[in-house]
Design a protein around this ligand. Structure first.
Ligand code: EPZ
Length: 430
């Protein structure tokens, strides 16, 4: 199993290219199930989760060609990939696949819309929380689907003439359930109105792609999304938006180590709340023609309180990284996690590096310390893992981050991007 070895203490200086967003690429790839034509996605990041979803889509009958060739391209940053699903080969998404990657549950929307039926394994528990799927099922039922749970699988069946447009208000904001309902409604009879929809940029990206495929989706990015059903969708070419979580992660790394880095190809509008929080903590962040420039202003790291919220609030996917930064602040900060009930697994690992953090329910109290000291650590999800990398970059001596496969799920060429900016980071294979 690979590990990442970090010798901390260096400032970061240089350019980091930001990849296409994992959490946009996954639903966009799933949207290819909605059409028999080719959906071409540009700027798809080269990540384990993307490779995993390709295998899952292949099982449903999607033919996948990377950069016009059938074989996978093993090097090179974000790629152009062609997805063609002439016919759905299988409407079952088996447990062995869905349990490995949660987002694969989302195939339920397109399968139901296009084939009138889907049998999809319940994803099961997860390291960051229970993550139920009740909202997906309620939303699909509102479109007329009959839902039955049997032997760990969701069996969903559309009415004879197909799904039927309806008004539905989500009792709680869910990114995944919004993606799924939006995709399912594109091929429903009549108009669907989704209220209390997720407003994340990845939802907007999916809506833009669906519209390029001939769907009629309006309002994405607001709390109310309207989808007028159409009889079929066509192929399209769409560019995956930049990864706002990768952007925020490297911005926090620079705030932590000091230095001057340009995050190339990204857009500050995707993460305004997180950037404002970082500015309060002491980073100078400016928009440049090529992306964002992050400079640490030399005044040390100020403590800032944050509460995670659905977009446009502070993202839960940056909570662990921000906590790593706050471990070195000059005071006390409070970090409250409101999205997932178990997303503090990094706390005890940061403590191994010398951080002073106490937990009380969903709130962490972080007392800044003047130094962190390297140690072997590990984490149970990808954002927690990268928070340990950030802490390791600023720690004295050597930090070894175990279970690198988590990082490979969501960060493209992490060690290469950091090394080019002067960090001493090395992947060690056993
Ligand atoms: C997406 O997960 C992201 N994943 C997550 O990123 C991200 O943390 C999350 O949104 C919140 O921003 C992808 O886009 C692939 P939710 P998702 O449904 O859609 C509860 C990462 O590190 N809920 O918005 O699964 C749920 O338990 C990952 O890249 C229900 O109660 O998240 C949670 O408390 C991790 N019932 C809350 O809603 C449901 O049916 C928000 O979850 C569905 C969700």
């Amino acid at each position: 199993m690979d590990r990442i070895k970090i010798s901390g203490g260096n400032e970061l200086r240089g350019i980091i290219p930001i990849s296409g967003a994992k959490n946009a690429a996954l639903p966009l790839m799933i949207a290819s199930l909605l059409t028999s034509d080719t959906l071409t996605l540009e700027n798809v990041p080269h990540l384990a989760d993307v490779e995993g979803l390709m295998r899952i889509l292949g099982n449903h009958g999607v033919d996948i060609a990377v950069n016009g060739r059938r074989e996978r391209q093993e090097d090179g940053y974000s790629r152009t990939i062609h997805f063609t699903c002439r016919t759905i080969a299988d409407t079952t998404a088996p447990y062995e696949l869905v349990s490995k990657m949660r987002a694969s549950f989302w195939v339920i929307g397109p399968l139901l819309a296009r084939e009138g039926r889907a049998r999809v394994s319940l994803p099961g528990g997860c390291a960051i929380g229970t993550r139920p799927v009740d909202l997906f099922l309620e939303g699909l039922a509102a479109l007329g689907a009959e839902i039955e749970i049997d032997g760990g699988y969701v069996n969903a069946t559309a009415p004879k003439g197909g799904l039927i447009g309806n008004h539905y208000r989500f009792p709680k904001v869910s990114v995944g359930a919004t993606h799924v309902m939006m995709m399912a409604a594109t091929l429903a009879n009549g108009t669907t109105v989704i209220e209390n929809a997720a407003r994340e940029p990845e939802v907007v990206d999916l809506a833009n792609c669906l519209n390029a495929m001939g769907a009629k989706v309006s309002g994405a990015g607001s709390k109310t999304i309207t989808i007028e059903g159409v009889t079929s969708l066509s192929g399209a070419r769409h560019r995956v938006l930049p990864d706002r979580i990768e952007t925020g992660t490297y911005a926090m790394a620079v705030a932590m180590t000091g230095g001057d880095v340009t995050l190339e190809g990204t857009d500050g509008a995707l993460l305004e709340n997180a950037l404002d929080t970082l500015r309060q903590a002491g980073a100078e962040i400016t928009e440049t023609p090529s992306g964002l420039r992050v400079v640490r202003n030399g005044n040390g790291i100020q403590p800032v309180d944050v509460v995670t919220e659905p977009f446009p609030g502070f993202p839960t996917d940056l909570q662990a990284q921000f906590m790593a930064l706050m471990t070195r602040s000059s005071g006390v900060s409070h970090i409250t996690e409101t999205i997932f009930e178990n997303r503090f697994m990094h706390v005890q690992e940061l403590a191994r590096l010398g951080a002073r953090i106490s937990l009380s329910g969903q709130m962490a109290r972080v007392e800044g310390v003047s130094r962190l000291k390297g140690a072997p650590v590990m984490a149970t999800d990808l954002r927690a893992s990268v928070s340990l990398v950030i802490a390791g970059l600023a720690a004295e001596g050597e930090t070894i981050v175990n279970r690198v496969y988590h990082l490979d799920r969501g960060f493209e060429r992490l060690e290469e991007k950091l090394t080019r900016c002067g960090a001493v980071v090395q992947r060690v294979s056993e």
